[in-house]
Design a protein around this ligand. Structure first.
Ligand SMILES: Nc1ncnc2c1ncn2[C@@H]1O[C@H](COP(=O)(O)OP(=O)(O)OP(=O)(O)O)[C@@H](O)[C@H]1O
Length: 264
């Protein structure tokens, strides 16, 4: 249980069967006067792909960082794969991983050296074999021995994904996994994520500004605005509720404060 500055009486009980991959209750993060995350609660089903949508500053990255245990909540409760975060993070961090374009790997090290370091951190068995497999899956073989700083943006994204998959995580947290990628590479990454999820029964939570990506990939969408959850449902149901045919239109409705259900 994480308690920094709030009385948490009345919180929903922790998931007794441990059946949620992520269980977040009344999560709050204050930065001085900014309520970056403001009373957010959701449970994510194992094996699902959930998209976290919202405009700039909506609280997506902060939410993901708290689930990872990288940022301490002001108040609220987080359970990941049945373990309380951050108290039991040592038990669960090896079963999860994340990717973010905002976190760079050391530039002077080669891709292979970087993946070796991360693989060792996760105590990956047969690490050279795992790196070769990821290089084949993610088409990294041509630049495995090139310095990370000399890769294109698209190549770096594939390397970052290889790093995120190095420990074959049960839970993958992705912050804009296809940011700044060309449509072909972005589509390729999406297909790889979907294949990985199916093969490993993994749970994926991703923050994205790419509405088409979320529409195609996610079975559930959580829309955040100013730190709060504005809507939470399947893409189809959300689009139907707003009487829209694309998530992009829904996003604009939410961003511009238009009311739900058949807005002009
Ligand atoms: N370390 C910090 N110190 C102070 N304020 C912060 C900090 N990190 C985030 N914030 C603020 O918290 C709010 C939520 O930011 P966050 O990065 O979570 O949003 P986001 O939805 O990921 O946005 P974006 O789509 O622009 O990446 C913003 O108002 C931001 O300025």
């Amino acid at each position: 249980m994480i308690v920094e500055d709030a009385a948490l009486s009345g919180l929903p009980a922790a998931d007794p069967a441990g059946s949620a991959a992520i269980d977040v209750a009344h999560l709050v993060k204050l930065y001085k006067t900014t309520r970056a995350v403001d009373d957010v609660s959701f449970r994510i089903r194992p094996g699902s792909i959930t998209g976290l949508l919202g405009g700039n500053g909506a609280g997506k990255t902060t939410t993901i960082a708290m689930i990872m245990g990288l940022v301490l909540p002001t108040s609220g409760r987080i359970q990941v794969l049945g373990c309380s975060m951050p108290d039991q993070s040592a038990e669960v961090l090896g079963r999860m991983n994340f990717e973010s374009p905002y976190v760079d790997m050391p530039m002077r090290l080669t891709v292979r050296q970087n993946l070796t370091i991360f693989g060792r951190l996760y105590a990956v068995e047969n690490l050279p074999g795992r790196i070769e497999k990821l290089a084949a899956d993610l088409d990294l073989s041509d630049f495995l021995d090139r310095a990370n700083g000399k890769l294109s943006a698209g190549q770096k994204t594939r390397v970052a994904l290889a790093k995120a998959l190095i420990n074959q995580p049960e839970l993958l947290l992705l912050d804009e996994p296809t940011a700044s990628l060309d449509p072909d590479t972005a589509d390729w990454i999406r297909r790889h994520l979907e294949t990985y999820r199916k093969a490993h029964g993994a749970t994926i939570l991703l923050a994205s500004h790419n509405m088409l990506e979320v529409e195609r990939l996610c079975d559930r969408v959580i829309i955040m605005k100013r730190g709060r959850i504005e809507d939470d449902d399947s893409p189809d149901k959300i689009m139907a509720r707003y009487n829209r045919t694309t998530l992009e239109e829904v996003f604009l409705d939410v961003a511009r404060g238009r009311v739900q259900e058949g807005t002009p």
